[in-house]
Design a protein around this ligand. Structure first.
Ligand SMILES: NC(=O)c1ccc[n+]([C@@H]2O[C@H](COP(=O)([O-])OP(=O)(O)OC[C@H]3O[C@@H](n4cnc5c(N)ncnc54)[C@H](OP(=O)(O)O)[C@@H]3O)[C@@H](O)[C@H]2O)c1
Length: 159
């Protein structure tokens, strides 16, 4: 199973503010939908609650340390490892944040779908620093929306 991170971040690495995305980029959301449709997603409990409902057409695994946490239409696990194991038969697992989950899964990710906004945005959640030394750039494109941004795909190089 390919383990992939999908993230959109500002120039200053911000990914969220007050539990929400601090921007609206309809073209990037459409790409996220196309990319993940029919696949399995793993996300932190706070990110799930900021979305507020299971995303249609996708299997959603929510990670919470609260063993009593339940969400209709999602599977809940109490560790990231349990989530990865549960997704085991999937072709690709899309890790969808937030900051806490990215921090803990960066070392597992073989692929990163990275949206980078051409703007600094105020916020309280950020994407961890990562080194692209071990990653190969598979694809990059410049995109226009109400904020210009780039979309790139990074793949971990074979060791
Ligand atoms: N720009 C983007 O691409 C993007 C993507 C996703 C999210 N975001 C933003 O990121 C922010 C949310 O990020 P966040 O860091 O606050 O929260 P988060 O990563 O979404 O969720 C954190 C929660 O996940 C659970 N958790 C974390 N590690 C765990 C582990 N090892 N085992 C079991 N459960 C674990 C805990 O839930 P419990 O407290 O229930 O135990 C923890 O409170 C929001 O602003 C959101 O909009 C941005």
């Amino acid at each position: 199973m390919l383990i992939s991170i999908v993230v959109a971040m500002a120039k200053n690495r911000v990914i969220g503010n007050n539990g929400q995305l601090p921007w609206q980029l309809p073209t990037d959301l459409q790409r996220f939908k196309r990319l993940t449709m029919g696949h399995t997603l793993l996300m932190g409990r706070r990110t799930f609650e900021s979305i507020g409902q299971p995303l249609p057409g996708r299997r959603t695994i929510v990670v919470s340390r609260n063993p009593g946490y339940r969400v209709a239409g999602c599977e809940v696990v109490t560790s990231i490892e349990a989530g990865v194991e549960l997704a085991g038969a999937a072709e690709e697992l899309f890790i969808c944040g937030g900051s806490d989950i990215y921090q803990q899964t960066l070392a597992l990710a073989e692929r990163i779908y990275l949206t980078e906004l051409d703007a600094e945005i105020a916020g309280d959640s950020s994407f961890p620093l990562w080194s692209d030394d071990d990653f190969e750039l598979l694809h990059t494109e410049l995109c226009r929306d109400n904020i210009d941004y780039s979309f790139s795909i990074w793949q971990q190089m074979e060791l």
